[in-house]
Design a protein around this ligand. Structure first.
Ligand code: PLP
Length: 240
């Protein structure tokens, strides 16, 4: 089996190459390692290889591995930074656990959830960093706000006290080829630019959370600033 550090290295190379190809600096793209279904030992292995941002889909599962990873990090001579990102569907009854345990939430698609996250964010923690999930390709069964409703939601979310609205997140259907994938990601980029140009937000959005193992190159070509990569780092998942 190929080690996590080797796979991470390969993914970082892909990101560097994609940045180079579109004249961007590598530091403009953050790699989020999606560790869902893998245990705390896999996260720790990735941390030992320098990875700092981790994405989880299932709150319960994340809560069970966090203490183990945090204890390991705290035991290091120079405790490394560790950031947890919630990227899965959000239910109201999980809002408190998410607000108390994550640094970022990418999958907010309604005001109610954002309000709860703000309400439950503990005062001693920095504000929760947030993206709005957009249903950019109109998938019928998909979560995400329709593009035409994003600006209004963004305005309302930005008014909440314990959050910082950072940008947009998408999870498009697999595309036919590079061009098609890039075209979909460009629609998200355009949407972000339109929102910023509207002058209706107090603070411009700076994050485009788009691109996964299979489409990180077209996402970066379209201006993505954060890629969420699971399989290419940790290997195939047996569930989900
Ligand atoms: C699982 C998942 C990923 C990672 O997908 P891979 O294809 O394994 O890289 C990224 N984003 C979301 C929202 C996911 O659920």
């Amino acid at each position: 089996m190929v080690s996590i550090s080797t796979q991470l290295e390969a993914v970082r190379k892909r990101i560097d190459k994609a940045c180079q190809d579109s004249g961007r600096h590598s530091s403009s793209v953050t790699l989020l390692a999606v560790s869902k279904t893998f245990g705390p030992e896999a996260v720790i292995e990735a941390m030992q290889a320098g990875q700092r941002d981790f994405g989880e889909n299932y709150v319960q599962e994340a809560l069970s591995k966090m203490p183990v990873v945090r204890a390991w990090a705290a035991s290091q001579i120079q405790p490394p930074v560790l950031r947890w990102h919630c990227i899965g569907p959000l239910q109201s009854n999980k809002a408190r656990s998410v607000a108390e345990n994550f640094d970022w939430v990418h999958s907010v698609d309604r005001l109610k959830i954002a309000q709860r996250l703000s309400e439950f964010r503990p005062p001693q923690l920095p504000p929760l960093q947030m993206c709005l999930q957009v249903n950019i390709d109109g998938g019928l069964t998909k979560s995400g706000v329709p593009p035409e409703e994003v600006l209004a939601l963004a305005e309302a979310v930005q008014a909440l006290p314990r959050l910082v609205l950072r940008g947009l997140m998408t999870l498009p259907e697999p595309a036919e080829d590079f061009q098609a994938a890039r075209a979909v990601h460009q629609r998200t980029r355009l949407l972000l630019e339109q929102i910023n140009a509207s002058g209706r937000l107090r603070q411009a959005l700076d994050t485009l959370s788009m691109g996964m193992s299979a489409d990180l190159e077209p996402a970066i070509a379209a201006g993505g600033t954060l890629v969420r990569v699971g399989t290419a780092i940790f290997g195939r998942r047996t569930a989900n």
